[in-house]
Design a protein around this ligand. Sequence first.
Ligand SMILES: *Cc1c(COP(=O)(O)O)cnc(C)c1O
Length: 399
Amino acid sequence: MSYKFTGNFTQQESLPEESIEAAIAVMRHGRLHRYNLADGEQGETALLEQEFAAYTGAKYCVAVASGGYALASALRASGAQAGDAVLTNAFTLAPVPGAIANAGCTPIFVEVTHNLVMDLADLKVKIASSRARYLMLSHMRGHLVDMDALMAICDGAGVVVIEDCAHTMGAFWDGVASGRHGVAGCYSTQTFKHLNSGEGGLLITDDAELAARAIMLSGSYMLFERNGAGPEKEVFDQIKLETPNCSGRMDNLRAAILRPQLRALDAQCAAWNERYKRVESGLQNATGIKVIERPEKEAYVMSSFQFLCPELSDAQMIDVQKRTGNRGVELKWFGADSPVGFTSRHDSWTYAEAQNLPQTDRVLAGLFDMRLPLTFTLEDCDMLAAIIREEVGAVYQAG
Ligand SMILES: *Cc1c(COP(=O)(O)O)cnc(C)c1O
């Protein structure tokens, strides 16, 4: 009799007591809107912004309604206009091309490598062919591309880089925090990311005017002087009337929940990585499985696990998914013809012009993805790896 995994892949940890108490305090005083402040009060949202800016080393942080909203705002605040072409990863999640569309721009997809990062050779080709001046770089599933090489290409070509750090909050490339290479870094605090406020987003930048525009975009009426984490008033003088109010602020309740979590972030990241490494060692050298190589300069945070079965056919991939599923292991496959759950891919986004991405299609056809919530123990991780190993092995051997 084969054993079965009984953990729940979508169950996150409960929030820390400190978050719960902070939320109750905000509900008791009733000032949930970030610009609704008592005399001398800074407000939870501004405090979160100050603390997250300090955590990443950025000058400014703007807290907003979602990660996708932060991405669209960063694009608009850095000068992208409706109709502009914006380069992005062909392998990413729907909110990324969605943010490009939200800014009225058109996505140009760049191929992914078998290490699940942007293909820099294809990036050069696409910069030349599209003449795009913006790149929305998605660190999809926490895999960081060689950021020094990428920035050299983009700086050389005059391409503005905006980083999607939904999966790299807490990660570094060669000692530099993810989100600090481009002109802006955008994070999500949606339930399945590294901080959990249900919904939420954070945008960081060193550029005062970009920050001011993002604050106006998020909706500050003319209350920006009370923002508490933004640039000086003079910066707003130039842009306050020409920047539309597209309301998408974060509120004090969410910020209150997030601040204690931010203090615990590094410990949480270490706990995720322990789980990742446990699954990784369980799948190392397994028949039919290729684990993703991680470069030495990359300090990752992995709240999910990806692996490739490069030699399996579509039918075999579906078989593996079924067999592991029967044993309680939820693998997501990005190769399916129609999107299921969050697994949509470039050809599902039909609002964008259809693009030919043969290398990405090949990689995705052999890619499995699995969540690793912190509610799983290290022993759970051993069992997950063992089940995957057995089932991929069985399918592989059966031919
Ligand atoms: C979750 C996610 C986002 C942003 O998501 P929101 O739900 O808008 O907060 C952006 N990029 C990636 C890769 C994501 O996984």
